[in-house]
Design a protein around this ligand. Structure first.
Ligand code: M6P
Ligand code: ZN
Length: 185
């Protein structure tokens, strides 16, 4: 059991006060997930930068509780592929999720079987992800993409499914380098 609690969320920056636990994902965490694995290996030889970090409110991982996170996804590309979160399905197939865009411009890819969706995400975009839909976020802008997420604490993350089946779609920079295009992959 936990007591009711209050934190501050800076709606412009996405900063929580007090600052909660931080989970960091680096370029190497995208192994097996990117379009061009050879290019990724070459980039990793030069270093392993942070691609995104997640700030997680301290909530027990128990049925009935809700996890609340703020994710900061950096701007950048691996070749022409914009930086993205690993993406996952919930292990608990009854678990939905809500995203709220706070800063930057992104794309949320959703997948359920052969059904895929592409949702543009920016400040004020509120997205409901029903149970059963895999989800991955892509930063298509030149600034950090920041979003809030809320989901059942017993949802669990299945990354293997995304690794083996993919998300069905990828998000690439256009030839001119600005904007993005969605490709089957
Ligand atoms: C959001 C939520 C989390 C997720 C995080 C990063 O905060 O959806 O559940 O962990 O984004 O995404 P991923 O786990 O796919 O790397
Ligand atoms: Zn999720």
């Amino acid at each position: 059991m936990i007591d009711p609690f209050v934190v501050r969320l800076d709606l412009e920056e996405g900063i929580l006060t007090p600052l909660p636990e931080r989970v960091v994902r680096r370029l190497s965490d995208l192994r097996g997930l990117v379009y061009d694995e050879e290019l990724l290996a070459r980039e990793l030889a030069r270093g392993d930068p942070i691609i995104y970090e997640v700030r997680k409110l301290a909530i027990p991982q128990k049925q009935g509780q809700l996890f609340v996170n703020v994710t900061f996804l950096k701007a950048g590309k691996i070749g022409k592929e914009y930086y993205f979160t690993k993406g996952h399905f919930h292990i608990n197939e009854k678990a939905a999720e809500v995203y709220l865009g706070l800063r930057g411009q992104g794309v949320l890819l959703l997948r359920r079987g052969t059904d895929t969706r592409v949702i543009e995400m920016d400040r004020g975009t509120l997205i409901y992800i029903p149970p059963g839909w895999g989800h991955r976020t892509i930063n298509v802008s030149q600034e950090t993409l920041v979003f809030l997420s809320v989901y059942p604490a017993d949802a669990g993350h299945n990354y293997e499914r995304v690794r083996s089946e993919g998300m069905g779609l990828r998000v690439f920079a256009t030839a001119k380098g600005k904007g993005y295009e969605i490709v089957n992959s």
